[in-house]
Write a protein that binds this ligand. Structure first.
Ligand code: TDX
Length: 358
């Protein structure tokens, strides 16, 4: 199996590449534009492996995509390249529309040009997996779960751009017959996560004795999925998922943000004792504009049809993640020098309220 992975130097992408090359022995071409969130250090484990090749390229560049695909001749394209951080999309939406929407369109066109020339088994075997997010479904109230047939209702520029790209991918299947499968996942966490997202930011700020910003009252709920569970699902969906279908991927681990932050503090206090409990660093800060209240995934379709199960509980996954950050300062220290964790994504209307946790 020859797999082309876009966004393969990012957080989920690099976990996928390490899994495909390292665990499954597959041949992979990684494409990544190496923006601020793409990092070749995340692919160190496969560097020098003859089954892995890296090419710096932007999914918005049709010729670069067409050339990479024509030269590598993939059996499947797993498309993960995207701008992903909600707060950044609030501060500046342009890159999100450009990369996530125009980039996906460009890649779909390059994939279609290649697939239309394929014949026989190669044509039957080809798949395009479009990797997306549960944020396209919008916000849940206290009850219910996102299912594959939940209507799209995105809140942020980021999730709107991902929703648009999902529609493009599905339309390329319906209109041109491109063998597309779509996956929508809940919040990922784990090693090599860029320290702008809640979990790695909390771990590193807590280690540095810095404040731990919790938006609003910390009551928003996310459904946490260990990244290594997710990438196993992606391989399975691309391999055995039904063409034209969507599969939701979730860890079944709903937690309020304040619980997540407190839990990380407890784990860190156990592993690296500090003079004072790290919970004292928690600060409730101005809420994110358009902040979705709750995400939670119903993954039964993936479990029943394709036999996937999340292996990691929230507690075991968090402990692994915290230990990884403790052991891999070489990876994150240079990133912290470039992005120190300053607040992003406040509109003028959102106040800068800051109170100590009560
Ligand atoms: O400092 C923070 N304090 C805080 O309370 C940050 C960075 C976040 N939060 C809150 C906002 C969210 O409710 O924590 C929750 C998680 O925030 P993020 O890590 O920014 O993730 P989220 O907005 O939920 O989106 C993530 O999951 C879905 C990814 O960034 C998306 O790419 C993915 O699609």
């Amino acid at each position: 199996m020859r797999t082309l992975v876009t966004g393969g130097a990012g957080f989920i992408g690099s976990a996928l590449v390490r899994h495909l090359v390292g665990d499954l022995g597959e041949t992979v071409l990684t494409i990544d534009a190496l923006t601020y969130a793409g990092n070749l250090e995340s692919l160190k484990a496969v560097a020098g492996n003859p089954r892995h090749e890296f090419r710096k390229a932007d999914i918005r560049d049709f010729q670069a995509m067409a050339d990479a695909i024509a030269e590598f001749r993939p059996d499947r394209i797993l498309h993960l390249a995207a701008e992903s951080h909600v707060d950044r999309s609030i501060t500046g939406a342009h890159a999100f529309v450009s990369t996530n929407v125009t980039g996906t369109f460009t890649l779909l066109e390059a994939a279609r040009a290649y697939w239309e020339e394929l014949e026989g088994d190669a044509r039957d075997r080809f798949r395009f997996l479009h990797v997306s997010t549960d944020e396209v479904y919008g916000s849940l109230g206290p009850e219910g779960l996102f299912r594959e047939d939940t209507p799209y209702d995105p809140s942020s520029p980021y999730s709107a751009s991902k929703a648009a790209s999902d529609h493009l991918a599905k339309a390329w299947h319906r209109t041109y017959g491109l063998p597309v499968v779509v996956s929508n996942c809940s919040n990922n966490y784990g090693p090599y996560h860029f320290p702008e997202k809640l979990i790695p930011l909390t771990i590193l700020n807590a280690l540095d004795g810095r404040e731990l910003p919790v938006y609003g009252k910390g009551e928003n709920v996310r459904d946490w999925l260990f990244v290594e569970d997710h990438v196993r699902a992606l391989d399975l969906i691309a391999r055995t998922g039904r063409i034209g279908e969507t599969y939701n991927v979730g860890g079944g681990n709903e937690r309020r943000n304040i619980e997540v932050v407190r839990h990380i503090c407890t784990v860190l206090d156990k592993l690296v004792p500090a003079p004072r409990p790290r919970e004292e660093l928690i600060r409730f800060v101005a809420d994110r504009p358009g902040h979705d209240a709750r995400y939670a995934i119903d993954a039964t379709k993936l479990e029943r049809e394709l036999g996937w199960r999340a292996a990691e509980s929230f507690e075991s996954g968090i402990e692994k993640t915290v230990r990884w950050y403790l052991d891999n300062e070489w990876w994150w220290r240079p990133l912290r020098a470039r992005y120190a964790g300053d607040r992003l994504g406040l509109t003028v209307a959102a106040s800068g309220r800051q109170e100590p946790a009560g």
